[in-house]
Each structure stands twice: as C-alpha cells, then as structure tokens.
Design a protein around this ligand. Sequence first.
Ligand SMILES: NC(=O)c1ccc[n+]([C@@H]2O[C@H](COP(=O)([O-])OP(=O)(O)OC[C@H]3O[C@@H](n4cnc5c(N)ncnc54)[C@H](O)[C@@H]3O)[C@@H](O)[C@H]2O)c1
Ligand SMILES: [Fe+2]
Length: 385
Amino acid sequence: MNNFSFSTVPNIISETGAAKNLGTHIRSRFPQAKRVMVVTDPGFLRTGRVDLAELSLKQSQLKVLVYSDVVADPPEAVVLGAVEFARMNEVDMIIGLGGGSSMDVAKLIAVLAPGTQAISQIYGIGNVTGTRLPLVQIPTTAGTGSEVTNIAIVTTGETTKMGVVAPQLYADLAILDAELTLGLPPLVTAATGIDAMVHAIEAYTSKHKKNPLSDSLARQALGMLSANLTKACENGRDLAARQAMLLGACLAGQAFSNAPVAAVHALAYPIGGIFHVPHGLSNALVLPHVLRFNMESAAPMYAELAGIVAPHVAGTDEARAEALVVAMQHIATMTGIETTLQQVGIGETDLDRLADDAMLQTRLLGNNPRELTRADAYGIYRSAL
Ligand SMILES: NC(=O)c1ccc[n+]([C@@H]2O[C@H](COP(=O)([O-])OP(=O)(O)OC[C@H]3O[C@@H](n4cnc5c(N)ncnc54)[C@H](O)[C@@H]3O)[C@@H](O)[C@H]2O)c1
Ligand SMILES: [Fe+2]
C-alpha cells in the first residue's frame, strides 16, 4: 500500500431539518460569532428557505447579513464584490448556503476578507497564507461536495476557470439538511447527482492518490447515490432519498478532495466553459465515453464498482466494467437529461476547440488511470456527439 495522508472538515451534521435550528447549532459551536454573513444566490433565495435559516439565526441573537448576488460558475468580480460586502459590514463569520457556486464564494470570502492577499495571489495549490474567518457550509444541491473540499473554482476569463486549493478552504462545519433540496428541479437533481457519482468513480481510479480511506468513501457514496438518484428525481419530496443523496455527495466530496478527479472532469470543463452547460450535465455527457476509453487500464477497478451499481452482473472484469458504464447510461436516460453533445448545441466543428481546451487541464489529466493524448480527447468528444 502507498503512503498517504487524508484531510477533511472536522465536523459534519447530517440532520433533516437542521437549517430551521441553525441559530442553535451556530450558537453552541461558535459562541464568539456576532455578525454572520449568509452567502447564497437569487435562485435559492426564491425558495424562501433562506428566510427560515435567517429567522433561526436572529432568534439566537445573531446579526445576519444575507448576500444573494452569487451567480453560477462565479466570475472573479462576483467574489470580489462579496469580499467587499463582508468587509463593509465587518462580519465575523461566513455561512455558505447554496450549491457549489455559493459555497465556493463563501470559502474565498472567509479567506480574503480578513487577509491582505489579492485573489490573483491565491490561485493554484497551497498559496493561501494566514487564517480565515469561521466557515460553515450548507449545501442545497447534492452534487459538488464543495462543503467538504479544499477547493474553490472561479471563472476568470470568458471561458476559463481557475482553482484555489488550500487547507484553509476546509470549512469548520458542514450541515446536510435534505429539506433545503426539496425544491431542486428533477433535471438539476439528476445532473448534480451524476456529478457526485463521477466524483466517487474518479476518486476510486485516481492514479496517484487513491487510498483505502478515499476508496471506502467512494464505494459508500456510490451505493447511496445509485440507490437514491432516480427516487429523488421521480419524487422530489422523498426526504429520505434526498438526505441519502446529500450524504452520498458529501462522502464523494471527501473522497475526491483526497484522491482527485481526472479525465471526465478535464473533458467536461471546456463544455461548461465554452457552451455554458451546467457542471453536472457536462460530466454526464462525456462520462460513458471516458470510462470506455479508460477500460484497458481501469477495468478491474470499474468491475469492483459495478458490484455496487449493477450487482446482478457476473463475468469477466471487462464484462462487469461494461455493466458499470451501461448502468450509468441507464440512470442518465431514466432521468431525462441530455445524453449527447448535439442535444446541447455542440457540433463536429466545435470538437477541435474542445480537445485543445481539455488538454490544458493538466492537473486533472495527470490523475487519469490511462494516459490521454489530444487525439484521444478528440475521439472521446466525437463518440459523445
Ligand atoms: N469546490 C468544489 O469542490 C467543487 C466541485 C465541483 C464543482 N464546483 C463548482 O460548483 C459550481 C456548480 O455547483 P452546483 O452544481 O451545485 O450548482 P450552482 O451552485 O451553480 O447552482 C445551480 C442552480 O441551482 C439553483 N439551486 C441551488 N439549490 C437549489 C434548491 N435547493 N432549490 C432550487 N434551486 C436551487 C441555483 O439557484 C442555481 O440557479 C460550479 O461553479 C463548479 O465549478 C466546485
Ligand atoms: Fe464535479
């Protein structure tokens, strides 16, 4: 076994209804907090659930400042605006309450608001110096796992994204409350849920940092996600399925934060960047094709995962690995999300640009179980058309 290290957030509460009692949770764990900034976006604000959390915080004598200007795939200007808001209001604690976009912005506020570093200085791995404000993350999508990862992703140009990776981005506390995800539309539930499944699959086959802890988390996550994703899509009010999805996404987040994702994400990023396809859907579109490409290096590992997702299938490693791919395609088809690049407006003439951009994702491609050339990337996009 290789040497490894493993890090995650120190506290996780998995409790349906926890957000209604947020004030009590925050008071008991952060007695110093006085002025709390809640970071969210207009879409989640419209569900009315921010009001309930705000009310609970106020009942616990906390001053609450709601910042709801986050947008999906947050651009740098949005992050800087939020940091300015935090400074002007002298907040002493940050709560991310939303999907991956809101939680990523919350991480960056917590780091940048009290410090002296410019955002340009912290892109990359391990460039954050100093401490941050207390940080609590509350996901409202069951997908990114951002509540337990040490990474924040920012849109820096027209189509480019950059990551901040640093131990300071691990929150102090993550709260998983399925009531917050009840309003998530079926197609968003599907795409974000498949993103979480991809985190588990890619962590399990991550080339350099795969380890027994991330493996256990990935397996457990995949079991919970595959058993509950179609249930949560078919009946969005199934609280048990929703809570299982949140926990599955959280476990997958812990796995890939330590055993990073690879070519599925590398090929998905340009689809999101250039064509503004949501992150989870971008992943779902290339997933089966990347898995088939990886087969010659990863079939035994995929066969192990097939034992979780398609346990009835027997046979060789290759046959069971193929069953994993088919099972993932079946889940995507059942949920009704798009399954081809053409359905999201991508044509043959776009493939060169996608392949060029995918090859820039060297950090992710280095984790892939099979080496991938530009010609391979082009071929994968072609088969996904
Ligand atoms: N930090 C990480 O570890 C990590 C990992 C993967 C992706 N990401 C980033 O996360 C972002 C994607 O996050 P996401 O997929 O969670 O989506 P998101 O946060 O961008 O939200 C997508 C949409 O869903 C809406 N929404 C969220 N929760 C809702 C709810 N409960 N009810 C109704 N509507 C709701 C939002 O208003 C928004 O319109 C991207 O920026 C991606 O790069 C981060
Ligand atoms: Fe992802």
